[in-house]
Write a protein that binds this ligand. Sequence first.
Ligand SMILES: NC(=O)c1ccc[n+]([C@@H]2O[C@H](COP(=O)([O-])OP(=O)(O)OC[C@H]3O[C@@H](n4cnc5c(N)ncnc54)[C@H](O)[C@@H]3O)[C@@H](O)[C@H]2O)c1
Length: 333
Amino acid sequence: MKILVCGGAGFIGSAFIKNYLNNNPKNKIINLDLLTIGSNLKNLKEIEQNKNYQFINDDIKNQKLVDNLAKDVDVIINFAAESHVDRSIANPKPFIETNILGTYSLLEATKKHDNLFIHVSTDEVYGDAENEDSFTEKSLINPSNPYSATKAAADHLVSTYHRTYGIKCITTRCTNNFGPHQFPEKLIPKTIIRAKKDLKIPLYGNGEQIRSWIYVYDHVQAIENLISNGISGQVYNITAWNEIKNKTIVENILELLNKSKDLIEYVNDRPGHDKRYSIDASKIQKEINWKPKYDFKESLKDTVEWYDENYSWWEPLIDEKALHPQPWTLKWK
Ligand SMILES: NC(=O)c1ccc[n+]([C@@H]2O[C@H](COP(=O)([O-])OP(=O)(O)OC[C@H]3O[C@@H](n4cnc5c(N)ncnc54)[C@H](O)[C@@H]3O)[C@@H](O)[C@H]2O)c1
């Protein structure tokens, strides 16, 4: 089996590659990544010499290249994306380009070469679950910000390529991931890093927003299981059923680092901010024989320890933008 992983130098894609090659040492992976913000080849240090691993630094929108690569692989997995909501509010254009046009380019390649296309999407496409039950795969898509709108557009493209052209595809919609190697601008690493530096921890609005958290290695194992057991044309929600308020996560991290809760500073809320994300993942649990195995509290502790011990990984990545309390107020290219 040979897999083209797109966006494999990012947080989740790199975890997928390491986990997959560890479980399937004879299979091959090509990692196609443009190395934009959020990517880091250091995430893949332990496998960069592996003879079954190859890295290509290029754009998923390079149609000629992806057509060529698709000729020779069985599966294409699309992790490549612009992935930060705050930056999408400041400048949606790169999100439209990569998340929609990039997915289109990969779908065209899949159509020509009959690969299995796994599209890694997000629970954010369902929008706010404040007054709703947990969303299932049958729920309507109702995104609230430019990031989730571009992910939703890509999900629609995938399903129409299945219906119209008969491509083999699977879409996954996962909740918020955390773990080692997550770029410092996201909530958990940002909180850890700012707390370690005794900087105020910004909480948007009243901090009561609810997100459902999953350890990144649970997410990537679910995707691996779907390669062999997923049904083409289907969407699978992925969650570890840990719905927690942002405020509580920040307080937990401060406790783990022995820092005072006085570091918390409430700042203006993110425009269009969803109050709650909540999905039901019964389908993947019943049909695919996957369930999360990592305990939330233990993995959060491990993650805090990882950032504590890997100063050399995150220190070069932090700047005023990555740690900014309200990134949507900045100018982003
Ligand atoms: N982080 C989460 O909590 C979460 C939750 C659910 C779904 N997702 C989805 O999972 C995927 C991966 O997320 P992540 O957190 O690892 O993001 P990330 O930002 O860490 O990684 C994205 C990767 O895509 C690459 N990339 C961007 N544009 C590209 C292009 N045009 N061509 C090739 N490569 C390109 C980047 O260089 C980077 O390595 C995304 O599609 C995201 O929407 C993320």
